[in-house]
Each structure stands twice: as C-alpha cells, then as structure tokens.
Ligand binder design. Structure first.
Ligand SMILES: [Zn+2]
Length: 258
C-alpha cells in the first residue's frame, strides 16, 4: 500500500492530562497536525468495549462487548484489521494487556507482540521498541501500538491527574515522539486514548471518563487545525480512507482525513 498508518492508543489518557503532562512534544503535535481535545468515546468507558468500537466503528450496543471479557459477536462485522487483510495489506499489533488480542480476528495480523504490563516494568517503551523494529524491517501497512501504563500504573494505582499519572502520559508521549522522529515521513501517526478516568476508576458517562484527545500527523491533515465533533467511531473509517481500504458497510463513523 502506498500510504501507511500507525495508530497509538494510550489507555486512560484524558485531554487535560495530556495538556498538563509537561511534555513539549504535545504542543509540537498540535502545531504540526490536526487534533481534538473534545472527542467522545462510547459507553461503557472501559478498555475492551472502547477498543472494539475503535476498530469496528460501531457502539457497544452493536458489537455486543460490554465488559473486558470478549464474546464472539452475535452479528459479526469486519473491523479495520479484517478489511486491511482483505485488501492485501499487512498489519502489526503491539500491546501490553492480553484481552486486546481479540480486536483482530485470527488471520488478519501478520505480526504481533504482547508484553504483560502487570509482570514487567516499562512495557510501554519496550512495546514501542518492538513496533519500531518491525516497521524498520517489514514496513507493515498498518501498525497498532497500545500502551497501558498510563491507565494501570498512573490512573488506577495513583489517581487520574496525579503527578504519577501525568508522568506516565509524558513517558508515553516520549514514545510517540520516537515513532514520529523515525517514521513521520513514511507513516501517518495517529495518537488517541480509549477513555479517560476520575479518582481511581472509569466506566461512567462523566465527561472526565468519556472525553478523549486525538492527534493526527500526516499529509491528509492540516497543521494546527482543531477538529470538531469527533467520535472514537471515526478512527477506523479515517485509517481505512488513508490506506485506501474499503470500509465495511456496517461502519458508522466518518473519515476525518481531508
Ligand atoms: Zn482502566
């Protein structure tokens, strides 16, 4: 495929969290690309339901996964990974929380790497290393990089917006910067979150839980443009559009690429 995309999901990253984390690359992303600080995720604002919606462009009422336990869809539909595979594209996925393996059906990934963030330290950085290594070697058309430390070790262990939480976001943004510096010329880089959080939890319809930031760095996005009315359901149609992959008929979101 002529155009390539890496999607980076930073679990539990709130818009005010990324704005206050102190990492100067956040301002650079807002100047170089398009962004939103007011995108909406779906309910329940929980990791697996939100990522299923991120990759299938339908709400949990349609895909049917309402908890962090995967169940096969009653009315199956293709997600992004399946559509990329059907178009002959190559996908890779690197993740630090095992249940996420179910966002891609068997046969739709050529490369994958999992590190257990509960058993090992600094998995966000190590997963980024794995993704970078694979991009260097094989240049997959679509790469998904998922970092969980902001949610688990930041939000749940220390509280959303705590200094420790902001520190994990800043470290995750450092990893985004490494990806951008190595591959910003050849890949569109998209950074998002699945949900936010409050106190030491999430899952509710509170604005703190359902509002997420997104950053889009690539030639299909205007520099410095604030995007309005964005949903997590828009990510998969946007990525398919950039890759020139057909959307599945069931997808409900819209492409944000110009
Ligand atoms: Zn969580």
């Amino acid at each position: 495929m002529n155009n390539k995309v890496i999607l980076i999901s930073i679990d539990g990253m709130r818009p005010d969290g990324v704005m206050q984390c102190g990492n100067p690359f956040v301002q650079q992303m807002m100047q170089m690309g398009s962004y939103t600080l007011t995108a909406k995720t779906v309910l329940p604002s929980v990791t697996l339901p939100c990522h299923m919606s991120m990759f299938h462009s339908v709400p949990p009422t349609r895909h049917g996964i309402g908890t962090n336990t995967y169940t096969p869809m009653v009315r199956p539909l293709n997600g992004l990974f399946e559509q990329v595979a059907a178009a002959g594209g190559v996908s890779a996925m690197y993740y630090g929380w095992e249940p996420l393996r179910d966002v891609a059906r068997p046969g739709s990934l050529k490369f994958a790497g999992y590190l257990n963030a509960y058993a090992e330290d600094a998995t966000d950085g190590k997963l980024t290393d794995l993704a970078l290594e694979r991009m260097e070697k094989s240049a997959p058309d679509f790469v998904f990089l998922y970092m969980v430390e902001t949610d688990e070790k930041g939000g749940h262990d220390n509280g959303w917006m705590s200094p420790a939480y902001l520190g994990y976001i800043s470290a995750a943004i450092d990893n985004v910067k490494r990806v951008y510096e190595a591959f910003g010329d050849t890949y569109t880089v998209i950074v998002t979150a699945d949900h936010g959080g409050h106190e030491r939890s999430h899952g509710s319809d509170m604005p703190e839980d359902v509002t997420i930031p997104m950053f889009f760095l690539g030639k299909r996005f205007d520099a410095g443009a604030a995007l309005e009315d964005v949903s997590i359901l828009d990510l998969t149609p946007t990525i398919a559009d950039i890759l020139a992959v057909n959307p599945a008929p069931e997808w409900e979101g819209k492409s944000l690429a110009k």
